[in-house]
Design a protein. Structure first.
Lengths: 178, 570
């Protein structure tokens, strides 16, 4: 599947229900009201969505919002993060909520990210690292990423044993991980 | 205790096998194929081959994208210590630590699953033979007691185990790592092939070889070949790696002579003073709580080193006041694991235009090259040795997380492309048998069945610590010889015994009943119709992964049991 076809596939994916039950359920959640987080406050959630989209914007592949990254971060925060991690995430988000990050222009939002990245005050950097880890994980393990930028090949097959040292050009790209 | 003995005849079999993991599955297969009506008792739930709920799930179908939930961290706090076992895709294969507690005089990670198939579903699948370097080690350097047999006696049983299990690999003609009967190996990638050449050229005494693994590189005995999904520990619908569920238990069932009883917690062996034999076992039904007895001419304990030893320790009688077969006082002692979490990794500049397809479930291996008894490889600071597992791959999107100043569409596109090559090796080292390293039963702290719990008192010592320095330094020098850049070593000195999930030695074999629990055929010295064929029999740990050795010794013990039954010796 080339990237253009993959993208078409992704676009269809959000409108069509002809997929296994689990996927349908996951998609229903992803396609649900994105302003209704389950664990973050709606103010935190808006900042999360805005920053995730600036880190991983829609281009010839889907962006963070299309890939369900805010929903993932919400669930990850609620069910997969310990008390210290939650506290760190909330603290950093609070700074961004105070400046209405999600209402800034894209250029201003990008400037904020750059300033946190270059700020030698450690808390900001470690917060950004935590947030990027969440956003990247949410994005690059999503169905949208699997079926657009990666080669989604759930069952590569036994013939793969003859293809462990071949030109990159023959592989078509990076296999979606696990 | 109110024990039900109703229907004695219907509770009587030729053989009882306790446990259904690697060893129990093999015992069931061999005993039933040799004509014995066999009852297999498993303390956990049933799992039929194919009954693997997460096997076909995509990563995005796990709410945390296959990470460890807070709930798992709380309920499976000890099982989570590996950092990988309790991820969403495999958490259901590991016990709940709150319902299944144990205690630690010293830190010990006891990671296990209570279900049909046991850890044969989640094991690492690396499969190597022990050789005479291992079988002679205790006698030569004086740690532990001598193994009661040598390689020539177990070799045919390794052949037998490999032929059925399906081990992929390649013969190398190495004394320290005996050859076997292998399916074709899994191919190395470009950097691994390159490193093999460079390392073998620079170090004449070292080999970088295909890992020997219980993954089918091609279809084998009705099981499918590997489909390169690399989702193995979830359970393989193709049966493409060896598990009891896909391999031995179906073979046992096909004889029509196996009765498999899940939810059966064996609490003790029943010892008959008059015949000096075990009559059978007592169990608790894990669903009803009912206590019951089952009888047989021969009993195979295959419940895992710690569980089988616990059953023996809890089987007290006038003849055996400290546990069945414990005349030597060694039961529960000489506990071993392997020590690991030490090695090195580095970056490789080159092969940018080369790659691989699919997700290979294996990697490469560097066999032991120290203390080979050749006078050339002897080390001053430690005895025994270590091997390496690892290999090369291209980095993925995770490389972008720490590049804090990079973001946007270009970064995203870059993360969809393969990153540079990296190569790394972790080392697995031998853990000596120390008498004082032990597990014992704690009758003051009982579980929900009223059964005593296990306490561990085990540690790594000077020999292991000294070995680790070499394990790291040798990894660094080999990777540098292979042309890797920015090679950095690692060593986690806090890694406790158990984490390797290779518990062994607590009912060791030996030549002398005064210093060992089992004889050379895995029989309890003083109760010869009780065989123990899981990790507890190991007289030394070697440095290789042990499961293949459990398979071979179990098959050999089953053969011996049937011969002895036919001769009316047991």
């Amino acid at each position: 599947m080339n990237r253009r076809e993959a993208l078409k596939h992704t676009a269809l994916m959000f409108g069509v229900a002809a997929s296994p039950a689990t996927v349908t359920r996951a998609l229903a959640e992803m396609a649900g009201d994105s302003s209704a987080p389950r664990y973050l406050t709606s103010s935190q959630y808006k900042v999360v969505a805005a920053m995730a989209e600036r880190l991983l914007p829609a281009s010839d592949t889907p962006g963070a919002m299309d890939a369900g990254v805010p929903q993932f971060i919400d669930v990850c925060y609620g069910l997969f993060t310990d008390a210290e991690g939650k506290n760190n995430l909330r603290t950093g988000l609070a700074d961004l909520e105070r400046i209405d990050y999600d209402h800034l222009s894209e250029a201003e939002q990008d400037d904020i990210i750059r300033s946190i990245a270059s700020d030698n005050a450690k808390p900001g950097k470690s917060w950004l690292r935590q947030f990027r880890a969440l956003a990247f994980n949410g994005y690059f393990t999503s169905e949208a990423a699997a079926k657009s930028g990666f080669i989604w090949d759930p069952v590569p097959g036994n013939g793969s044993n003859q293809t462990q040292c071949i030109p990159l050009a023959e592989t078509g790209g990076v296999s979606f991980y696990e | 205790m109110n024990v039900s003995t109703k229907g004695t005849a219907s509770h009587t079999y030729d053989a009882i096998v306790v446990g259904s993991g690697i060893s129990g599955g093999w015992a069931a297969k061999e005993l039933t194929e040799k004509g014995l009506n066999t009852l297999v008792l498993e303390r956990g739930r049933d799992v039929k081959h194919g009954d693997y709920p997460t096997a076909m799930m995509e990563k995005w179908e796990f709410p945390g994208r296959n990470t460890i939930s807070q709930e798992s961290r709380e309920r499976q706090a000890k099982q989570s210590r590996t950092g990988y076992t309790t991820r969403e895709a495999t958490a259901h294969w590991f016990v709940d630590d709150i319902d299944n507690p144990y205690s630690e005089d010293k830190a010990f990670d006891w990671c296990r699953g209570y279900h049909v198939g046991g850890r044969s579903l989640m094991w690492g699948r690396q499969s190597y033979r022990l050789g005479d370097l291992d079988f002679e080690a205790n006698a030569k350097d004086g740690f532990g007691v001598d193994w009661p047999l040598r390689y020539a006696e177990i070799k045919p049983w390794y052949d037998h185990a490999e032929r059925f299990a399906g081990i992929s690999g390649q013969n190398e003609g190495l004394y320290q790592l005996p050859d076997g009967d292998f399916l074709p190996p899994f191919e190395m990638n470009c950097l691994e092939k390159h490193a093999k050449q460079r390392i073998e050229k620079k170090f004449g005494d070292r080999k970088l070889i295909h890992a020997r693994v219980a993954h089918l590189s091609q279809a084998h005995l009705g099981r499918g070949g590997c489909h390169f999904r690399n989702r193995c520990s979830r359970g393989c619908p193709y049966g493409a790696y060896f598990s009891s569920n896909a391999s031995t238990l179906p073979a046992a069932a096909a004889t029509g002579r196996m009765t498999l009883r899940p939810f059966s917690i064996v609490t003790e062996l029943i010892y008959d003073q008059e015949t000096s034999r075990a009559k059978g076992v007592r169990i608790l039904d894990a669903e009803t709580g009912e206590a019951m007895e089952y009888y047989a001419k021969v009993v195979f304990l295959c419940a895992s080193a710690i569980a089988s030893t616990s059953i023996l320790l809890n089987s007290k009688s006038d003849r055996f006041p400290t546990g069945l077969g414990n005349d030597s006082g060694e039961l529960g002692h000489n506990l071993m694991d392997h020590h690991f979490k030490v090695g090195a990794s580095g970056r490789y500049d080159g092969f940018e235009d080369m790659y691989y397809k699919g997700r290979r479930p294996t990697s490469t291996y560097i066999p032991r090259f120290r203390n080979l008894g050749d006078g050339l490889s002897d080390q001053k600071d430690y005895v025994r040795g270590f091997g390496y597992q690892g290999g090369a791959s291209r980095t993925n999107w995770t490389r972008g997380v720490a590049e804090l100043a990079r973001f946007g569409a270009d970064l995203k596109a870059d993360m969809f492309a393969p990153g540079g090559w990296r190569m790394g090796y972790g080392s697995w080292g031998e853990h000596l048998p120390y008498h004082e390293n032990r597990m014992y039963l704690n009758y003051d702290k009982t579980d929900k069945w009223g059964m005593p719990t296990v306490t561990f008192d085990c540690e790594f010592k000077e020999n292991e610590r000294n070995m680790r320095k070499d394990m790291q330094a040798s990894a660094i020098e080999m990777l540098e010889a292979a042309g890797l850049k920015d090679v950095t070593g690692f060593d986690d000195p806090t890694s406790a015994p158990g984490l390797c999930i290779h518990e062994m030695g607590t009912a060791r074999m030996g030549r002398d009943p005064k210093t060992s629990v089992l004889n050379g055929h895995n029989q309890v010295h003083a109760v010869p119709n009780v065989f123990v064929t899981d990790g507890s029999f190991m007289t030394s740990s070697s440095c290789v992964n042990p499961s293949l050795t459990y398979m071979a010794f179990t098959a050999r013990a089953a053969d011996h049991a049937v011969n002895e039954l036919n001769r009316h010796n047991i």
